[in-house]
Design a protein around this ligand. Structure first.
Ligand code: MG
Length: 466
């Protein structure tokens, strides 16, 4: 383990043989613990410690040896204090981010998107480590829920207690909500705690989830929404060709804003334009009933559409099961669902071929792991839904890394990873790091925590209160 900044300060202080060195050591964190232990061990071997050696006598010590020994004794004492001391959450701050899209507004089957919004949470600890998380959904409402209802339950708690903290928030709010806004808000704070756990242990989050099955994500482009003020067929063919030029292996068309016949016409034109080697996905965002979805599936089989996402409203589980049994196109859904309790029905009734939990909706990383385990038991594949800023992308990448191959085999196909390309000025601004797809692959961060740092100036400048 390399020396942290505070440890470096401490050892420079030792070299200078100044009293300030001892003060500097008092600031050291767990990050430099191993370094100090190594130094102490080495020191003990070389120079046995006089039984009466105390820090107070160090300043009067005549040799480097005695001074260093005294400093390390003090370091040892601080370490013992820290080992007995629980890390505590000191602050939970939520930023409700909003940005109007104006001329780049777009539509999916349920609404026009004129504003992008999301909630970024920053959880601080008394160790100085901060974690970040994100919630999908109405930002001002979620930010207020987090700061007024969740934060009082979290401050003073050990951030490593992700299970007890999740339980302490979900359980007393069951009367109010068992999915939707409550679980979206809970997702954000849970993700932030996993970020803290990773940073505190020096591990990328996927290692805390059991390790990575893969170190890069096979990204497909989510886009091809209904554009504002343009002929959709012309504009979407141009957009699709752009994704092909950028090297994406697959792209997703958002259907349901026009008639079924018009959608098939546009989809056929996109297929002709991009050719038959690329994978084509469609997403209806709950626009149909089972019989219309069955008819559409039959038509889309001819276009070699790989998956049909959210063809039906999430409440129509019987319709999902009927549809899934009627077509060779994979039926996928799950972005509206939350918690192990909600996914139990979707999995148990075999409604979908592929589950799409969103870590910013389903209850966070803690709950995502449980959903993956349930899906694995039912031999149902999992591909995360992702539609947020780089914080959401980072959280989803770590979850994605840890998803087992379902089913497993020696040469399994790579799971897809959703890479939203629709207009979103918040996506890149929220963090200092950027995610780029090169030839359809995104590298999964391997630094401690989520591997992203929030841009607080951007968060402050773009957040709305009240
Ligand atoms: Mg979708």
């Amino acid at each position: 383990m390399s020396l942290s900044k505070s440890a470096t300060v401490g050892f420079r202080g030792i070299e200078a043989r100044t009293v300030e060195a001892a003060d500097a050591l008092s600031t050291f964190s767990y990050e430099c613990e191993e370094s100090v232990k190594v130094a102490m061990h080495s020191c003990e071997e070389k120079w046995p410690l006089p039984s009466n050696c105390q820090l107070e006598s160090a300043t009067a010590a005549r040799s480097d040896r005695d001074y260093l020994r005294a400093i390390l004794v003090r370091a040892s004492s601080i370490m013992r204090e820290k080992e007995n001391q629980q890390v505590k959450i000191t602050e939970v701050k939520a930023y409700a981010l909003q940005q109007p899209l104006e001329s780049s507004s777009f539509a999916f089957s349920q609404t026009w998107v004129n504003t992008r919004q999301t909630t970024i949470v920053v959880v601080a600890t008394d160790e100085g480590i901060e974690g970040c998380g994100e919630a999908f959904g109405p930002a001002k409402t979620i930010a207020r829920l987090i700061e007024t209802a969740f934060a009082p339950l979290m401050v003073g708690q050990d951030p490593f207690n992700t299970e007890p903290i999740w339980d302490s928030i979900y359980r007393p709010h069951r009367h109010n909500s068992q999915k939707g806004i409550l679980c979206e808000a809970l997702s954000a704070v849970d993700i932030a705690l996993w970020d803290i756990k990773g940073k505190a242990t020096g591990q990328p989050v996927y290692n805390l989830l059991g390790g990575a099955f893969r170190n890069r994500a096979h990204a497909y482009a989510t886009g091809l929404y209904r554009p504002q003020g343009a002929d959709p067929k012309v504009a979407l063919i141009e957009e699709a060709l752009g994704y092909k030029k950028d090297g994406f292996f697959a792209m997703k068309y958002k259907m349901g804003t026009v008639s079924m016949e018009k959608d098939l016409d546009i989809l056929g034109a996109i297929r002709d334009a991009i050719g038959w080697d690329l994978t084509l996905l469609v997403d209806a965002n709950c626009a149909y009933d089972a019989s219309d979805a069955m008819w559409l599936s039959q038509q889309m089989e001819e276009m070699n559409v790989y998956w049909f996402e959210e063809p039906l409203p999430p409440e129509d589980l019987d319709g999902y099961a009927e549809l899934k049994n009627s077509t060779t196109i994979k039926i996928v859904a799950g972005e509206c669902e939350a918690t192990r309790f909600g996914f139990r029905e979707l999995i148990g009734r075999r409604c979908v071929d592929i589950l799409q939990p969103d870590v910013c909706i389903c209850g966070g990383i803690t709950e995502f792991q449980k959903i993956v385990a349930m899906a694995s038991a039912a031999n149902t594949a999992v591909i995360p839904h992702v539609w947020g800023t780089n914080v959401a992308i980072a959280a989803a990448l770590h979850c994605y890394a840890a998803i087992p191959n379902i089913p497993g085999k020696i040469n399994p196909p790579e799971p897809f990873f959703e890479f939203d390309r629709s207009p979103n000025p918040l996506r890149e601004g929220a963090t200092h790091e950027k995610f780029v797809a090169k030839e359809s692959y995104i590298e999964i961060p391997n630094t401690p925590g989520l591997g992203v740092t929030v841009n607080k100036e951007f968060l402050e400048a773009n957040s709305r209160q009240g």
